[in-house]
Design a protein around this ligand. Structure first.
Ligand SMILES: Nc1ncnc2c1ncn2[C@@H]1O[C@H](COP(=O)(O)OP(=O)(O)OP(=O)(O)O)[C@@H](O)[C@H]1O
Ligand SMILES: [Mg+2]
Length: 341
């Protein structure tokens, strides 16, 4: 196989906001042409900051970033011609029709009126909104708005599409629908896609490779499968009932089992990484039988990206109160609509 062409190359990329906030702390990565590359991380990890630097919307403090072969700092206008960007917040105007929203965007890109008609039909068909094109956006569902948002990023036929949290705040059904369009863009239009997310399932389903980012630092980059394999065994999760001393003793005994690779505790649960989880569970029961401890719950599973995330960051993604972020997003949408009335 010929080597893949790299379409994004980033070295030591750094962003320090005023107030000495080091949002991105020297990250390195590459994205190949036609790849779906994801950045997975909690609130404040630096995902949007990386996207705004790569899309030339914010300046780079240090390091270098090449996008579509162009240096973002030296030739921002060349980069802009090659990319599409869909921000974390919805950018479409509720008081216009889908067609009108796209028309304005096309004008912004400097397309002629003849080009516009053709191109708008093309992108609206891509996101399956042709039959609702002349309805006001306020009558659209959340998923339709997001699709229109994505269509805006596609008007000038970019080679690389940047999607910042493409399904934030959407219900699972709508999220799956957006995933379908993202996969379509890669398969049919051969677009390179760079996305950020804090949804594990999204990263797992869509991305060829994932970078796990935490507090401005990339902790790991690989395919979802290889990241899971890094865990090095099955994941046994259990809760125990008994004295502190009993728990300490139980942990020592479990650690002594030949299958067990690692034990850690997280949010009142003990997580045991072990070769052959199904065989290890009865052994765990056996060794702690005489410690006076009670296992109140125990489960075994193959590692998921959740486990990978915990492994690399020492935190669970859910620790970051993801609910409040979605709630914040919904509130902003409600306020925007209210302001327009
Ligand atoms: N314009 C700004 N000025 C100062 N600090 C900022 C600015 N934008 C972001 N930050 C800070 O930089 C850090 C990274 O923020 P960023 O928005 O890149 O994170 P994120 O991973 O996209 O988070 P989220 O999941 O909430 O969207 C945070 O500490 C944030 O408060
Ligand atoms: Mg963000």
């Amino acid at each position: 196989m010929p080597p893949k062409t790299l379409t994004i190359e980033v070295k030591e990329l750094t962003k320090v906001y005023s107030g000495n906030i080091r949002a991105v702390n020297g990250v390195d990565f590459t994205v190949a042409e036609g790849e779906i590359f994801g950045m997975l991380g909690p609130n404040g990890a630096g995902k949007s900051t990386i996207i705004t630097m790569l899309t030339t919307l914010s300046s780079i403090t240090g390091g270098i970033a090449l996008v579509a072969g162009e240096d973002v700092a030296a030739h921002p206008e060349r980069v802009r011609r090659a990319i599409g960007y869909v921000s974390q917040d919805l950018a479409v105007d509720d008081n216009l029709t889908g067609w009108e929203n796209l028309f304005l965007q096309a004008k912004f890109y400097g397309l002629t009126n003849e080009q516009i008609g053709q191109r708008l039909k093309e992108v609206l068909t891509m996101v399956n909104l042709m039959d609702r094109a002349h309805d006001l956006v306020e009558t659209y569902s959340g998923g339709m708005r997001k699709r229109l948002d994505i269509a805006e990023g596609l008007i000038h036929r970019p080679r690389i599409l940047f999607l910042d949290e493409p399904t934030l705040g959407l219900d699972i059904q709508t999220r799956q629908e957006i995933w379908k369009y993202i996969l379509f863009l890669r398969e049919e239009v051969e677009m390179t896609i760079f996305l950020t997310t804090h949804y594990m399932e999204e990263a797992d389903r869509l991305c060829d490779r994932i970078a796990i980012i935490d507090r401005g630092i990339i902790k790991a980059i690989d395919t979802p499968d290889r990241l899971k394999a890094e865990i090095g065994g099955d994941v046994i999760t259990m809760t125990l009932n008994g004295s502190d001393r009993g728990i300490t003793r139980a942990m020592e005994l479990i650690k002594g089992l030949s299958e067990v690779r690692q034990i850690k505790s997280h949010a009142e649960e003990y997580i045991v990484i072990a070769e052959n989880g199904e065989l290890t569970v009865p052994k765990i029961f056996e060794v702690i039988r005489d410690t006076g401890m009670k296992i109140t719950k125990i489960t075994v599973k193959r590692p998921t990206l959740d486990d990978v995330y915990l492994h690399f960051t020492g935190r669970g993604l859910r620790d970051d109160v993801e609910g409040s972020k979605e709630e914040g997003f919904r509130q902003r949408m409600v306020m925007r609509r209210a302001r327009r009335r």
